[in-house]
Design a protein. Structure first.
Length: 321
């Protein structure tokens, strides 16, 4: 059957999912698009032969939907999710899931009570390199994980919500959450963080542009993450990379491959991954969320690490999760 989808939010990220659903995903069809900016909603509706809305509540009331995608700025999360849940609809929501824990907890409770299928846009969990890393690290004793997310996306219009701490939560919440999520997924739960932040290159914004986070994992491993927001915008080779040390060996993970160094030899491995959109559409069609690796309840844990790191930097004190 065709899974009828409505979109709340029609910006660049949403358009990536729309394009993938239309051209690469089986059984997904976009029937409605919604954005507070009418031009964005209309443009998407024309491209995908859907009906345009500027009110997500009106879209939910009028359309017969099977699922909803929510791709909106960090500070706007909360009500859209709760309204979708009230209609009993499965939803895919972009990361991070909220700007604060209170909002995330209210949505999480509603999800648990309703039982709706959820999927959060931590697509790196579905990559072939992640599957390979999980296989290599299975049953191994991990000692340390060293990660980084260096990008240039902090450079630009300081009035954009992305570069306002109260609206985006800064780089650790809005972007490096991907890396934090992969640290959790490959190594284990993070139970304590201590962070240092500074603004060294972008004085026109109130977000830190360099971050250093030390963390302790539940299994006893230790780790670190560095995040830079004023790096070369053309170079993404230092974003979402993790070195994981175990038993006199280590795995270097990135979004496309892994390399395993053991006994003085390094071997690179690649493997095709899965489309997070296809996984979600399949789950909705089958009414079975067991293949979803990033449900809402788990995504809240990655968000909590970012918020704890931000709080640690402000208070200059370790934070337990």
């Amino acid at each position: 059957m065709a899974v009828k989808i409505g979109f709340i939010g029609c910006g660049g990220n949403a358009n990536g999912h729309m394009n993938n659903i239309t051209n690469n995903v089986k059984n997904g069809v976009i029937v409605a698009t919604c954005d507070l900016q009418e031009e964005l909603a209309q443009r998407a509706s024309e491209r995908y032969n859907a009906k345009a809305y500027t009110s997500h509540q009106k879209m939910l009331d009028e359309e017969e939907l099977d699922a909803v995608y929510i791709s909106i700025p960090v500070f706007a999360h909360g009500k859209p999710e709760l309204d979708v849940i009230e209609h009993g609809l499965p939803f895919f929501v972009e990361k991070p899931v909220a700007i604060d824990m209170e909002t995330a907890k209210s949505v999480k409770e509603a999800v648990t009570k309703s039982g709706v299928i959820t999927c959060v846009g931590y697509q790196l969990r579905y990559s072939g390199s992640t599957e390979l890393a999980k296989e290599v690290l299975k049953d191994e004793t991990i000692g340390m994980a060293v990660a980084k997310y260096w990008s240039g996306t902090g450079i630009g219009d300081p009035n954009r919500w992305l570069r306002q701490m109260k609206k985006s939560g800064g780089q650790l919440l809005e972007q490096a959450t991907h890396t934090i999520d992969m640290m959790r997924y490959l190594v284990g739960e993070i139970v304590e963080v201590y962070a240092i932040q500074a603004n060294r290159h972008l004085p026109q914004i109130d977000c830190p542009d360099v971050n250093s986070v030390a963390c302790r994992f539940e299994n006893g491993a230790v780790g670190s993450l560095t995040a830079a927001w004023a790096f070369d915008p053309r170079d993404w080779s230092h974003a979402n990379v993790i070195d994981i040390l175990y038993n006199q060996a280590f795995v270097h993970w990135d979004t496309g491959k892994i390399s395993v160094t053991k006994k003085g030899e390094t071997h690179e491995q690649t493997k095709p991954g899965r489309s997070i959109d296809q996984v979600f559409i399949d789950a909705v069609e089958k009414d079975d969320g067991s293949e979803i690796l990033s449900p809402y309840s788990d995504a809240v844990k990655s968000m909590a690490v970012s918020l704890a790191a931000n709080k640690s930097a402000v208070e200059d004190a370790p934070q337990k999760l």
